[in-house]
Design a protein around this ligand. Structure first.
Ligand SMILES: [Zn+2]
Length: 383
């Protein structure tokens, strides 16, 4: 594994949030030391397997105790973690939990890998208690490896919650505020600038996407430098899509509101997304147009415009049917659980936990951890 290639602080581009200490200290994952970064490397491979994507992207949130003297990470591992932070690839806090939950709240498409129940925050984030569709635990896999399994966040007895809450409100209030997600979404709708010009996250050259600022007590701060950020203007909403060829993710790209993004073998426009012929069969190359579709995102809905010669279909992600033709020149708004099919086996899907556009099942639907993704309840928090 080359961990750097999988690390990001941009929640919109990520697939997972990883509670770094929780994984690095989990002795059931092998190794002799209390803290071992190899457990995290093994987890990356498990996450690749979990979403069938070699390019899996992870927001890792660590805590400072990992790199302090008493930590038994090797000196090299400590240097490496500090370097990741300096390059804007990971974030470090005295207490990682509030930040993990801020990110999870702001980016509902992200899975959270942690064994923690976050009991202190169950009343701050109403989606947390009894959550069945977002949390994963790292457990020993076959042949000394690691795998991830879904887990349910248990509901804490009321008295226990209140006492823990009080403690947390005292010690961690500077990192979150009770207004939750709406606050985070507002922050994401602005471009922020750090007073430190070399800032990897909020410097002058970060037009391609910024991480979620840290917020609390009415102040918006840089996650790296903890300095106050300046609001320098609006940030159009964006959404990440993946190119799937025969079920394998070949590329990721962002669609921003206000611009139509063209996709095809050789699409028009400076921001066009080109499908490489090495990914495609000869039949698919013949079937897919140079500019096949145009995609627009308004912050709530994805619309596809069919510009192809041979047609574009919109189909249900979990159905076997070929789907319905959009029709040349026509537009179609995607509903929950739908994907865009450019050619048999060549699809564009919304990134995230099995696609954000999914029907929300009834509350009493039984949860089957071994069943297909179709049965997992997923809220459409993006809307
Ligand atoms: Zn900064």
């Amino acid at each position: 594994v080359r961990p750097e290639e999988h690390l990001t602080c941009d929640g919109e581009k990520a697939d997972f949030i990883v509670d770094l200490s929780n994984v690095v200290k989990r002795d059931s994952l092998g190794g002799e030391r209390v803290c071992d970064l190899n457990r995290f490397y093994a987890l990356i491979e498990a996450l690749v397997d979990f979403i069938h994507d070699d390019d899996v992207q992870i927001c890792t949130i660590g805590d400072w105790s990992l790199v302090q003297r008493k930590s038994d990470l090797t000196e090299e591992e400590k240097r490496l973690v500090k370097r990741w932070r300096h390059r804007g690839l990971t974030e470090m806090y005295d207490d990682a939990d509030p930040r993990i939950l801020q990110l999870a709240d702001a980016f509902p498409h992200l899975w959270v890998v942690s064994g923690d129940d976050y009991g202190d925050y169950h009343r701050v984030y109403s989606w947390l208690p009894d959550n069945r569709d977002r949390f994963l635990a790292a457990v020993p896999g076959g042949a000394g490896g690691v795998k991830v399994v879904r887990r349910i966040v248990p509901i804490k007895p009321e008295w226990q919650l209140s006492r823990k809450e009080e403690e947390t409100l005292l010690k961690g209030a500077h990192l979150y505020d009770g207004r939750g997600g709406s606050r985070a979404r507002t922050l994401l709708s602005r471009v922020w600038r750090c007073p430190d010009d070399d800032c990897a996250a909020f410097g002058p050259d970060t037009a391609d996407g910024q991480p979620l600022p840290v917020y609390g007590n009415g102040v918006v701060r840089c996650p790296t430098h903890h300095t106050k950020l300046t609001d320098v203007g609006p940030n159009p909403p964006r959404i990440q899509l993946k190119v799937l060829v025969d079920g394998v993710t070949r590329a990721r790209f962002m669609v921003r509101s206000g611009t139509e993004t063209m996709v095809g073998r050789a699409p028009e426009g400076p921001d066009g997304v080109a499908l490489r012929s090495s990914w495609l069969s000869d039949e698919a190359i013949r079937g897919i147009s140079r500019t096949h579709v145009g995609l627009s995102w308004d912050g709530h809905r994805l619309t596809v415009r069919d510009l192809s010669s041979n047609g574009t279909r919109v189909r249900e992600a979990n159905a076997r049917s070929a789907g319905e033709l959009v029709g040349r020149g026509g537009r179609r708004r995607l509903r929950q659980g739908q994907v865009i099919s450019l050619y048999d086996g060549v699809e564009l899907v919304v990134s995230g936990r099995e696609f954000v556009f999914r029907e929300e099942p009834a509350d009493d639907e039984p949860w089957d951890p071994t069943g297909p993704a179709a049965t997992s309840p997923t809220s459409v928090h993006h809307l």
